[in-house]
Write a protein that binds this ligand. Structure first.
Ligand code: SME
Length: 157
């Protein structure tokens, strides 16, 4: 995978469009179609309570709301660190949205070290996300976050 090329394409894809939601929808579609062996790709954003609520995505319908701090997404959001899970059945706090998903990566959306959401990618293959994929997908999310106006989200208390 040429993640450097994909990163440049992400920057071009979102250039000039101020709507976060429009860019997020295109970003999810781009990742879903460009990266092989992906079953789901999409965003979750916190609401006032700190729950993570479903945003633009590609793939099967998913859980609309993840309780605050829970799941792989909650872990990535609260630590502001990428979480890679090679086998979701071995991750005790994994929240099942799609029984076909076997491995997962969740990357926080960061601006000035503040997390305003997460980008979640699932695969039907175990251990789909090697360290090259982790760094590559982080690169794509960085390209997205540095070019896109953040979605305004409520501050959690
Ligand atoms: N598995 C995630 C929930 C979101 S779905 O995979 C789309 C989690 O444990 O946070």
């Amino acid at each position: 995978m040429d993640y450097e090329l994909l990163g440049r394409q992400v920057s071009e894809l979102v250039a000039g469009e101020p709507s976060h939601l429009a860019n997020a929808a295109n970003f999810a579609a781009f990742v879903f179609h460009e990266i092989p062996d992906i079953s789901w790709a999409g965003f979750y954003y916190p609401d006032e309570s700190g729950d993570l609520v479903l945003g633009p995505f590609q793939g099967n319908p998913a859980c609309t709301r993840l309780p605050k701090g829970r799941g792989v997404c909650g872990a990535a959001f609260s630590t502001r660190e990428t979480v890679v899970v090679d086998d979701v059945s071995a991750y005790t706090d994994h929240i099942v949205c799609d029984v076909a998903a076997r491995s997962e990566i969740v990357v926080p959306l960061l601006v000035d070290n503040f997390a305003y959401g997460v980008f979640d990618v699932d695969s039907a293959s175990v251990a789909r996300f090697a360290s090259t994929d982790r760094h590559g997908i982080e690169r794509l999310v960085r390209a997205f976050c540095s070019s896109v106006r953040p979605l305004s989200v409520p501050q959690s208390s």
